[in-house]
Design a protein around this ligand. Structure first.
Ligand code: ADP
Ligand code: ZN
Ligand code: ZN
Length: 745
């Protein structure tokens, strides 16, 4: 092989193809698929690129092929599996090959290992003491200061010496030469190790847990790999099931990737896995520095760990022989990438399992429609856990109709029932969580009397009020004036909706001035520490009431919470995307699951204007299946995922007219090209229309949706869009595709 196909490492430009280079004789041994290399490119002397293919045939005239300059020694090479995965991501989600490569290679830099240096007293104490006297006599103040400290503590961290004691390197070197001290260096693992006492006694699994484990493990023993959905109520012991299966896989010599939502990667989770698996487990989070990530990457590559736990990007851990991928809380929106390429971790995990023969275990109390549908059709095996592991009862849930409260003259945020229960719990010194459902809130207009939101007549999504006062549909562009009266009941109490957590805090303090209140929302949790601090303070019972948005719903266990109040439960029903009911159901069911987890009984109050909506009644009854059965009909009727697929094509540009015009133009050409499929409705287009967020950073956004039951038709369209890439770029427009979007545009 003397030629290499190389991808140039710049993703913002449209160089999304390979270029052929010659491999000089002296590099033949070191250039491999996946190597990072230096090459001349255009009129630039040196750039970096990745080798994605090797061949012995020139593709262009031989004298036009240039030589590879060298292999980048610190670069991490990628194996062919990761290249294949990158290619799959590119095909299925759009974007460039470079963007796809950067996704599967979360670690790009190799960083020098951090070393820890310590100064250690080397001579005996009496020698040091007499040397100290000598230094003092000669006014060697720095030396004297250091020896004094060393006599107090015979080992000192180097940073402390240089920073806090302000002692220079030559001073240290001189004392070292004189035999007074020694500088000790050791390579440090940059990640805190929590692995003290590995192998904590494990719990005895109950029958349901055991049955779930047996199903997976027996398949593994029979050499079968599969995909499993562990569908278990909150607290049913899913994590114990994962750990049991992981244990088996690790003992059989394979490695395991466990994905959990970042927000749930708490100290408690880390301890639980560390206790069971000791130092064979590593953790990964998005706050790690490049160097810390590199250490984790190396450990996985070298085989010194068997289990990697982390959020979405941990999926690309380069294990030699992965045997299992676990995705906990598989319904979480965080598993879909927000950046380009907008891949979904569940789908990418399925692909990795297909490539490697690994098995996939998904878990949730409120599965995504996608996963449950596949369990229903038999593509996934369904493993049910129906009981809480610790005998705790499910909470008692009641729904309060806010329209009645208005009729009773109660115009406050809290229903009478909720206020009474709050007073009761404060007296008993039990804790309360107040959850404000703000998800998807974006200026929709609703009626305070009947609770209806004003909807688009064509798309069955809520209209959004824009700054000019008009109401618009983000799917089709339909536009109307703000009505003076509610279109459903004629009441004049109609307005854009919105209540903040701050207002709730004020209201609580007015009602219960002596209660300790914590508030958690985007304002109070700018960084991860403050988030953890608020949660720990509440877990330590430093406050009686925790008020928050969806952030408080996930991850943590608060055994003393016996009342959960869900304010404005229906707010997220009006979100402008087809997943609104699903998100509402998930949030409410998870929030309700927070109450009464220990031996205390819990109450949940759901306040809503839509007490009859199936997402709300099903959540109140913790009845996923009845929710699923209704929701899947809606998806079926409109060919929404999982009963069909959608691709959003988003253009954004500074020139509103030009951006809109070009998207219309490209859309027309695509419709023309696929006229036959469009005519018999195998492909349906919606829009183009201004996006929900119609302008970001002075860039106007327009979106068109293509729907089809055949994902392949949509990737074909995505490939077709490639042809207009140059034209789109020349117009200064950024173009993005999103398959089966998780959020509206
Ligand atoms: P999930 O992941 O489904 O929310 P967990 O695995 O976190 O549930 O279990 C909830 C609690 O029940 C944990 O404190 C766990 O240690 C405990 N638990 C789980 N399974 C058992 C069991 N078989 N016996 C006793 N306790 C268990
Ligand atoms: Zn009304
Ligand atoms: Zn519409």
């Amino acid at each position: 092989m003397i030629y290499a196909d190389i991808i140039v490492d710049i993703s913002h430009e449209n160089i999304d193809r390979t270029f052929q280079y010659r491999i000089p004789e002296d590099l033949q041994a070191s250039v491999k698929i996946g190597s990072k290399v230096n090459i001349p490119f255009g009129n630039r002397k040196e750039m970096t690129g990745y080798v994605v293919g090797l061949s012995c045939m020139p593709k262009i005239e031989e004298d036009r092929i240039r030589d590879i300059l060298g292999v980048v020694p610190t670069g991490i090479s990628i194996d062919s599996r990761m290249l294949e995965l990158a290619a799959w991501i590119r095909t299925n989600y759009g974007g460039t090959m470079n963007e796809a490569l950067k996704t599967v290679l979360p670690v790009k830099k190799s960083v020098r290992p951090k070393v820890k240096q310590e100064l250690v007293l080397k001579c005996d104490r009496s020698t040091a003491e007499s040397f100290l006297e000598e230094c003092e006599r000669k006014h060697y103040v720095a030396k004297a200061r250091l020896i004094k400290k060393l006599l107090e503590s015979e080992v000192l961290p180097k940073e402390l010496v240089s920073l806090k004691l302000n002692i220079s390197a030559p001073t240290v070197a001189s004392l070292e030469k004189q035999g007074i001290l020694e500088v000790r260096t050791e390579r440090l693992d940059r990640n805190k190790s929590y692995a003290q006492e590995a192998k904590a006694p494990k719990v005895k699994l109950n029958d349901e847990q055991q049955a779930a484990c047996d199903t997976v493990i027996n398949d593994l023993k029979a050499g079968k790999n599969g995909t499993y959905l562990v569908f278990g109520v909150t607290g049913s012991g899913k994590t114990e099931v994962y750990m049991e299966i992981i244990d088996y896989v690790v003992k059989s010599g394979k490695q395991v990737i466990v994905l959990i939502p970042e927000i749930a990667l708490t100290f408690q989770t880390v301890m639980r896995f560390s206790k069971r698996f000791g130092d064979r487990v590593a953790f990964f989070n998005s706050k790690l520095s490049e160097g810390e990530r590199y250490d984790q990457y190396l450990k996985a590559k070298e085989g010194s760990i068997d289990i990697m736990i982390g959020p979405r990007s941990a999926l690309f851990t380069p294990f030699e022989n992965p045997g299992l991928i676990v995705i906990d809380e598989e319904h979480e929106g965080a598993y879909k990438s927000e950046g380009v390429p907008k891949y979904h971790a569940r789908e990418a995990a399925e692909e990795i399992c297909r490539m490697t023969g690994a098995s996939l275990v998904l878990g949730s109390a409120t599965p995504s429609l996608e996963a449950y549908r596949k369990a229903e059709t038999g593509e996934y095996k369904l493993l049910k856990l129906t009981k809480r592991a610790k005998e705790a009862r499910l909470p008692e849930v009641s729904i309060v109709d806010l329209r009645d409260e208005l009729n009773k003259g109660n115009r406050t945020i809290f229903s009478l029932d909720l206020v009474n229960l709050m007073r009761d719990r404060l007296q008993k010194h039990e804790q309360i969580m107040l959850f404000l459902n703000r998800r998807g809130y974006s200026g929709f207009v609703s009626c305070r009397k009947c609770g209806e939101a004003v909807k688009c007549p064509h798309c069955s999504v809520s209209l959004t009020q824009h700054r000019d006062g008009k109401l618009r549909c983000h799917y089709c562009g339909y536009e109307t004036e703000m009505p003076k009266k509610c279109p459903s009941c004629g009441s004049p109490y109609i307005a854009a909706f919105g209540t903040g957590t701050q207002k709730i805090e004020e209201a609580v303090k007015k009602l219960f001035p002596s209660a300790g209140v914590l508030r958690m929302d985007a304002d109070t949790t700018k960084d991860k520490e403050s988030y953890e601090r608020i949660l720990s303070a509440f877990a330590n019972e430093e406050a009686d009431i925790l008020i928050g948005t969806q952030m408080i719903v996930k991850g943590h266990d608060f055994p003393h919470v016996t009342l959960v109040g869900i304010l404005a439960a229906d707010l997220s029903l009006h979100a402008t995307d087809y997943r609104a009911s699903e998100k509402t159901f998930q949030l409410l069911a998870q929030a309700a699951g927070r109450a009464g987890r220990a031996n205390l009984n819990g109450n949940v109050i759901i306040q809503t204007y839509k007490p009859d909506h199936f997402a709300i009644t099903a959540a109140a009854e913790q009845d996923y299946v009845s929710f699923y059965e209704q929701e899947i009909l809606f998806r079926k009727n409109l060919y929404y995922p999982p009963m069909g697929h959608i691709m959003a094509l988003l253009f954004s540009g500074k020139d509103e007219q030009a951006t809109s015009a070009l998207l219309k133009n490209v859309t027309a050409k695509i419709i023309d090209k696929y006229a036959a499929l469009v005519d018999n409705k195998e492909i349906v287009s919606i829009g183009p229309a201004p996006a929900g967020i119609s302008k970001i950073n002075d860039h106007y956004r327009f979106v068109v949706y293509f729907k089809s039951q055949d994902y392949g038709h949509l990737t074909d369209i995505c490939g077709e869009i490639e042809k207009y890439r140059d034209e789109i770029k020349a117009a200064g427009i950024i173009c993005q595709t999103d398959f089966d979007p998780m959020n509206g545009y």
